[in-house]
Design a protein around this ligand. Structure first.
Ligand code: STR
Length: 417
């Protein structure tokens, strides 16, 4: 694999192409290169060219621009056959019909039930369950310590918690959680051969379709059943649409919150002065959560939208038929939005709430409030139970998984103190 490299930027214009590294060897360096490459940067995703937007203000505008659509058939490289299912990132775009892949009135029809189920008010009802899962997993952490006292906070705590929450919400039985965790890990990893990835996606489709058929025959008290029964005004959702939404919810609900919880713990352990302020009650956990979302976004790059007309951004033009990525990590580090010290983690930063990590516009993350509730329970519970929590290895030794779109650690070994 070549080293990602950027040509020097001509003044005021975009620079050369930034090659996104599938092995994620230097995420901070890559984020800085993207920022330097311009408001709109050309990137290379495993040989496939695309644009990415690297600034808060322009991303905000583009995310409201109806000339950009999710429909993969609007992509020249797809229609011409230059991009096929052999491309390892195709599963991030061609993910079946769901609220994630459809726009406009159809999108509202697919999304309304889900967003209504995830309002802060509705979430209060499941808070006790999330608290219970959290306590159980804290017990599991205690029990999982090796002879040396080391335990992987990711595998034992941060990963199972969101899986249980989204599993409960969608009605996915606990006996299937380990299988799903394994499949999604393989789905996201760039080390998985593409034929294996396509095979596991097909297996997941069978699993979700069976689940939807079961819930159609015997509806229960979960969001999957609600999606099946939904028929407000318009048409009921088709089986494919319910399956697509279920897939999107499980994938998004479990993958991203792992990052939020782990990244917050990591940032606090690396900034003990700030951790002290939080534990002393001088700064709230909400500030930790928002600053973590800004500084160390769970989603690095979001794939992809396609231009249905030429769209001018500064002195660049996204041509009709070209693809646009949103680089949320670079956007969180935007100096114009967050100041010259945007690369610093600071829970007292005045702009900490003015990040765009959950997106903007019609596709804004419907699970945003849920992830805040989960992290808002998990983080204080973890530090209350284990006030002496610390990393078991130097921070530099924490490695990232070879995942191009998510900010994902291999493991997070800690000592519970
Ligand atoms: C994974 C594969 C799949 O079956 C369905 C989806 C749709 C939702 C996607 C998900 C994908 C990948 C991770 C995403 C999620 C929506 C939010 C999440 C992109 C493609 C984020 O990382 C923000």
């Amino acid at each position: 694999m070549n080293c990602p490299h950027t040509a020097a930027a001509p003044a005021g214009r975009g620079a050369g192409t930034v090659v996104i590294d599938p092995m994620v060897q230097d995420l901070d360096g890559e984020t800085a290169r993207l920022r330097d490459a311009g408001v709109l940067a050309r990137i290379d995703l495993l040989g496939v060219p695309a644009w990415t937007v690297t600034r808060h203000a322009e991303a905000r505008r583009l995310l409201l621009d109806a000339r950009l659509v999710k429909d993969i058939d609007a992509w020249d490289l797809w229609r011409s056959g230059a991009v096929t299912h052999a491309w390892p990132l195709i599963g991030m775009i061609d993910a079946g019909r769901s609220m994630f892949t459809v726009d406009g009135a159809e999108h509202r029809r697919l999304r309304t039930k889900t967003s209504q189920a995830l309002t802060p008010r509705r979430l209060e009802a499941i808070r006790p369950e999330i608290e219970k899962f959290t306590q159980e997993l804290l017990d599991a952490l205690d029990a999982a310590q090796g002879d040396d006292g080391v335990v992987d906070l990711k595998a034992v705590f941060a990963q199972p918690l969101p899986m249980r929450v989204v599993g409960m919400l969608m009605g996915v039985d606990e006996s299937r959680h380990a299988m799903l965790t394994r499949q999604y890990k393989a789905f996201f990893s760039m080390l998985t051969p593409q034929d294996e990835r396509l095979a596991l996606l097909a297996e997941l489709d069978v699993f979700y379709t069976d689940l939807v058929r079961e819930k159609t025959a015997r509806p229960t008290d979960d969001l999957t059943s609600a999606l099946i029964l939904a028929e407000e005004g318009g048409e009921p959702l088709t089986e494919e649409e319910v399956v697509g939404n279920l897939k999107a919810m499980v994938a998004a609900g479990h993958e991203t919150t792992i990052g939020l919880v782990l990244n917050a713990v990591r940032a606090l352990l690396a900034h003990p002065d700030q951790l002290r302020k939080v534990l002393a009650g001088e700064v709230g956990w909400d500030a930790v959560i928002e600053e973590t979302l800004r500084w160390d976004t769970p989603t690095t790059h979001l794939l992809m939208r396609f231009a249905t007309e030429d769209i001018t951004v500064g002195d660049e033009v996204i041509r009709k038929g070209e693809g646009l990525v949103v680089s949320y990590r670079a956007i969180g580090r935007d100096i114009e939005q967050h100041g010259a010290d945007a690369d610093a983690f600071d829970i007292t930063r005045p702009t900490r709430n003015r990040h765009m990590t959950f997106g903007h516009g019609p596709h804004i993350c419907p699970g945003a409030a849920l992830s805040r509730v989960e992290a808002g329970i998990a983080l204080p519970a973890l530090f209350t139970r284990f006030p002496g929590l610390c990393l078991a290895v130097p921070d530099e030794e924490i490695t990232r998984l070879p995942v191009m779109t998510q900010n994902d650690m291999t493991a997070f070994p800690v000592l519970l103190g």
